[in-house]
Design a protein around this ligand. Sequence first.
Ligand SMILES: C[S@@+](CC[C@H](N)C(=O)[O-])C[C@H]1O[C@@H](n2cnc3c(N)ncnc32)[C@H](O)[C@@H]1O
Length: 331
Amino acid sequence: MSTDDTEPSESKCGASSSTDTEASESSGSKCGATKTETAESKCGGSSSTDDSTSKCGGSSDEEEVGSTVEDFDADPGRLVAVGLGPGEPEGMTSRAKTALAAVEHIVGYTTYVELLPDDITESAEDIYSTPMCGEVSRTEEAIDRALSGNDVAIIGSGDPNVYALAGLALEILESKGGTASMVDFEVVPGVPAAQSCAARVGAPLVNDTVSISLSDHLTDMPTIESRLHATAKEGFTIAIYNPWSRKRRENFEKCCEILLEHRDEDTPVGVVHAAGRDDEEVEIVTLGDLPDLGETDLIDMTTTLLVGNDETYVWDDRMVTPRGYETKYDY
Ligand SMILES: C[S@@+](CC[C@H](N)C(=O)[O-])C[C@H]1O[C@@H](n2cnc3c(N)ncnc32)[C@H](O)[C@@H]1O
């Protein structure tokens, strides 16, 4: 087993070479790819370990899918996308723990690997971690390891279906000429950040809610702005993911401007930084105060914002969004 905090680990699978073969023999890993390209991992395009200075979306050269299913001789193993929840081991579902204990290889972004409980990292035969970005190459690495005969988990925070890699894994499998069933592909859900963060501030999301990510890495900003307008106008409560980075400062500012166009400045906003992690911070603020928080440590790439609707209020330090019971029942 190996983890590396700053540099990508060497690939044990996929494009095999003499180095790869040695590595796989020493770990007992089953790597059956027959390609003879570079021994270097194709993962970890960016060497940045700082979320807020991420260069995601830069070069696409490092993100090209390489081998196809034809390049693998072995009987495929399994591929499971596992959601870890917010971060603390207690926040993981027991199904996620069981799934991780059952696999041989774990593949993930370094920060998420560091969140794994010790018993899981100790029981894994190999752990492949890469810094921020390189999602395509990291996901392909997981797929190649599964195609080589290993049981593999690709991990992420929250849930694999929320701004995460479950869909990418299926898309890459398809582009390699494979099928989901050949690796017995499975998604093990986790608690999404919106729900973990909502729990920290009371009951802000109990009515119709829309999630919006401010990351313009894969969706352009005009589209994000139009979604924000539509959502804010319609009165949904809103969970805002990826709210801030140095690169995304303007997106945050634009988001606040759009929200204030449609909502009262007294609208409560739950700001939850790093729910379930050592540096967790929670505040309930007003929408009018939100723009000024962009430059504080409270709002960064590990923060989720929960914007109330017209009926959301703060009671005893908790956000409350009525669901409508009060219109039908006396209490
Ligand atoms: C790429 S998305 C991944 C979302 C994840 N799959 C989920 O289901 O929550 C990353 C964003 O999720 C939110 N996030 C993830 N973990 C968080 C946590 N522990 N506390 C607050 N927000 C979190 C932040 O908005 C962060 O920018």
